[in-house]
Design a protein around this ligand. Structure first.
Ligand code: C5P
Length: 307
């Protein structure tokens, strides 16, 4: 049996523009994704068996779990049967716009082939194929193969690394409001026009252009805010509270419901944090692509054989 423990980091959308609904039913996006230090922990165990069996233990019970689907995809791609056991310590709030489920799936794509490769030399998945498998699992999954700061286009599967951004004092407020992503897309879709798409495209390009020499993204927008805030006015209140508390940027991530604030120093972050219920706030920092990769390499290098 081979075993490894890996992290699955959460993400924020520093910018998220929805242009139009495509013929395939998905929406065409322009976004900036950023990994942050909040992470689930996943332990994987792998053993060769005649019949594939995938089991998951942990503090959550998610139907149609992306972790299990990712594991099946890897085993099928490598054409092997195996017993794979997962233990999941879930820390990223679910359905909160933080990409937790997608990151867990990417973590399996990044780690299970390594475990298999330790036992069966030559069993590999090429990076390009891994990207395709990630996109099949979900629109946000490919980003988590790369991490750091990235421009994300298409339905989410087309991504381009950007220069590292640093933000050591970021506060997440996750108020436990569940927003259905398909519902949020439907509500937003009804308001999209060709004129709004053109304006969003040029806005996104100018954001990347100006952002590339300031090391910050401070003019980001999230198109979901208006439609989601109409149903959940408390989220707007939280965003405004963070702004009043000194956040230089305060906005929603994904289709919600987490609101994040970027603070200039630890003192102002702590003052803002004290205004919310302790169970609903997380102080985090950005994780750069270099740090993301280094953390992953360390975790995978520590994979061990167990009798
Ligand atoms: O790709 P994923 O399964 O994560 O997407 C979940 C849902 O979000 C889709 O079924 C679709 O309704 C919506 N979606 C979309 N456009 C995107 C990404 C997701 O409409 N670019």
């Amino acid at each position: 049996m081979t075993q490894v423990r890996v992290p699955a980091f959460a993400k924020l959308n520093l910018d998220l523009r929805v242009l139009y609904k495509r013929p395939d039913g998905y929406h065409e996006l322009r976004s900036v994704f950023q990994t942050i230090s909040l992470a689930d922990r996943i332990q994987l165990r792998f053993a060769r068996t005649r019949r594939t069996e995938i089991r998951i233990a942990g503090n959550v019970d998610i139907p149609d779990n992306l972790i299990v689907r990712a594991a099946h995809a890897v085993l099928e791609e490598l054409r092997i049967s195996a017993a794979v056991e997962f233990a999941l310590a879930k820390r990223i709030p679910m359905g909160a716009g933080l990409g937790g489920g997608s990151s867990d799936a990417a973590a399996v794509l990044l780690s299970l082939p390594t475990l298999v490769g330790k036992r069966l030399a030559g069993k590999r998945i090429a990076p390009q194929r891994l990207m395709q498998m990630a996109a099949q699992l979900g629109s946000d999954v490919p980003f988590f193969l790369v991490g750091g700061t990235a421009a994300v286009l298409g339905r989410g599967e087309e991504l381009y690394p950007l220069e590292d951004l640093r933000a050591p004092h970021v506060l997440l407020v996750a108020p436990g409001i569940h927003v259905s992503t398909p519902d949020a897309y439907r509500a937003l879709s009804a308001r999209l026009t060709p004129t709004s798409a053109a304006a969003k495209l040029s806005g996104f390009q100018s954001l990347l252009w100006t952002g590339s020499h300031t090391e910050t993204v401070s003019d980001g927008v999230n198109d979901f805010e208006d439609v989601v805030f109409e149903h959940h006015p408390r989220l707007r209140t939280i965003r405004n509270q963070l702004r009043r508390a000194g956040a230089t940027t305060a906005m929603m991530t994904g289709s919600g419901s987490t609101i994040f604030g970027i603070f200039p120093d630890l003192a102002s972050l702590n003052a803002a944090k004290a205004r919310f219920h302790p169970a609903q706030v997380h102080a985090v920092r950005f994780v750069t692509r270099t740090a993301y990769r280094a953390t992953w390499n360390r975790a995978l290098a520590a994979a061990v054989e167990k009798p």
